[in-house]
Design a protein around this ligand. Structure first.
Ligand code: FAD
Ligand code: MLT
Ligand code: ZN
Length: 466
């Protein structure tokens, strides 16, 4: 029996796509990778996923698991060989259970993040993972990449929001680790091994997630600042005044916001341009008036101390959405502007100003006119430190000629400043070479032995991560 016949037997012919235009599954969101799939297979439950894995294993075919295909590092698309099978989990989209008293919910891996948030909200509970791709990324993809987003400084990244997993192994067995336990010290933590493994160790088919009580009020503010040093001072002040109530602290550079203005002129920008803008979010357990009073007093103190030059507190939900929309439109504006070089990096918060000053200088000396797009989750030390080609230079040419040298400057500086070359997007295909060069040899060897133990034939997402 051919592999295609076996796959049709596993999930039904209607759920095996092998003819026609498969580009939606073959091209990544950033349009940096274009592969060719033998087939796109759409199982409807965990047992079917296991049957697909067994069929692929019997034919030695590589399996590229895909959720919403919103990943930033080319991890979710097949290579150009035409031999790999894309395993789309889009049909695994059931909310299995919500246990309000245990503050947990169990969901299929293909559930779109926004639908998970909405299911929690319908029970007056909060699932706090939040990112601009939430309308199309899946919880399985979030866990496979250990996604971060905008609430990490209060709630942690995807790993910290997950209590249990169901996983289909490379041998096609189903591991049921869907525990709603907050304590379970029974040996090696298999859950944490699969989280962040980018589809290279197993296929996540369901997860038990942590929920929180909904805050009484959520309030947003924008502040304009002269320098990044001032942004750090504001962060410290906000942490002191708001404590755990500070749930978002996003930074946006002037050029990043100018791209939003250029490509989305219809979006209101509540404050005039400034060197830096910070979006603050506060979640309050008491009331909206309590939150507003805290915010106003914080921002007044920051103005008096010369930390910020201007500020606006959202007066309504609409204004709050406008502020978030501005921030979340930056990656979309960058995509509109053209292909770009992306660096999702993590640094000790205290070292961010010196990193940016030194690296901006080094990049502009080596690539005069390069346009630096700087924004990100400053509250947890995660910058999106990106480059667009100089004005008038074709983006594809700039990337071809300069990407390796740009990356060397940026990642050398990241290491020098005690940071990491991937904060929240993962390694995928994009940073695989960089990881091999920069991760300590002992760590790489341990990672390779784990890979060999769990996927001895190397069928799961070949050519990614390691
Ligand atoms: P995919 O892109 O389909 O896959 C990503 C990786 O996970 C691949 O390696 C794939 O093989 C693997 N995978 C997917 N599903 C499974 C599964 N069930 N089991 C095993 N492996 C699997 N990320 C952040 O961390 N923070 C942000 O703030 C953020 N903002 C974004 C904003 C925009 C506009 C966009 C387009 C992306 C953003 N991202 C952000 C990128 C982020 O990684 C993804 O949005 C998300 O986590 C990936 O989910 P997905 O379902 O699209 O996964
Ligand atoms: C974001 O924070 O907006 C995302 O991680 C996407 C990006 O880096 O472009
Ligand atoms: Zn991000």
């Amino acid at each position: 029996m051919s592999l295609l016949e076996a796959l049709r037997g596993a999930v039904g012919a209607a759920n095996v796509l092998s003819d026609g235009d498969l580009s939606a599954w073959e091209i990544d969101w950033r349009k940096r990778y274009r592969g060719r799939a033998l087939a796109v297979v759409r199982p409807g439950n965990s047992a079917e996923v296991a049957a697909v894995v067994k069929a692929c294993a019997a034919h030695g075919a590589g399996i590229v698991t895909q959720g919403g295909n919103t990943g930033m590092v080319g991890g979710s698309v097949p290579d150009a060989s035409g031999t790999q099978v894309v395993l789309s989990l889009a049909r695994l989209n059931r909310i299995r259970a919500i246990d309000a008293a245990n503050l947990t919910m169990t969901v299929d891996a293909g559930c779109v993040l926004q639908s998970v948030q909405e299911a929690a909200a319908a029970q007056h509970l909060l699932f706090p993972l939040s990112l601009a791709a939430e309308g199309s990324c899946t919880i399985g993809g979030n866990l496979a990449t250990n996604a971060g987003g905008t609430q990490v400084l209060r709630y942690g990244n995807a790993r910290e929001l997950c209590l249990g997993l169901e996983v289909v192994t490379a041998a096609g067995e189903v591991w049921d680790g869907l525990s709603g336990l907050r304590k379970d010290n029974t040996g090696y933590d298999l859950r944490d091994l699969f989280i962040g493994s980018e589809g290279t160790l197993g296929i996540i088919t369901a997860a038990t997630l942590k929920l929180y009580p909904q805050p009484a009020a959520v309030m947003t503010a924008l502040a304009a600042l002269p320098t990044l040093e001032a942004a750090l001072q504001l962060l410290q002040l906000a942490q002191t005044r708001l404590g755990a109530g500070l749930t978002g602290f996003e930074v946006m550079g002037k050029f990043a916001l100018s791209l939003v203005r250029k490509h989305f002129p219809q979006l209101a920008q509540p404050l005039p341009p400034a060197p830096w803008m910070v979006l603050l979010e506060q979640s309050d357990t008491e009331s909206e008036s309590h939150a507003r009073a805290l915010f106003e007093s914080l921002l007044e103190s920051a103005l008096e101390a010369g930390i910020i030059s201007d500020a606006a507190v959202a007066e309504s939900l609409v204004q709050s959405h406008t502020m978030w929309h501005l921030r979340e439109s930056i990656p979309l504006a960058q995509a509109e502007e053209g292909l770009n070089i992306k660096h999702d990096i993590s640094l000790p918060v205290s070292r961010i100003p010196s990193f940016v000053a030194a690296t901006d200088d080094a990049l502009l000396a080596a690539f005069p006119g390069a346009r630096l797009v700087n924004f990100g989750h400053l509250g947890d030390g995660n910058l999106h430190y990106n480059l667009q080609a100089p004005e008038g230079v074709a983006a594809a040419d700039f990337l071809r000629d300069s990407e390796a040298a740009v990356n060397a400057i940026v990642y050398d500086a990241v290491v020098e400043h005690g940071g990491s070359i991937s904060a929240e997007h993962g390694i995928g295909a994009l940073k695989r070479g960089e990881l091999a060069q920069r991760k300590p040899a002992v760590a790489l060897a341990l990672m390779r032995s784990i890979k060999t133990a769990l996927d001895p034939a190397g069928l799961l997402n070949p050519g990614k991560l390691l």
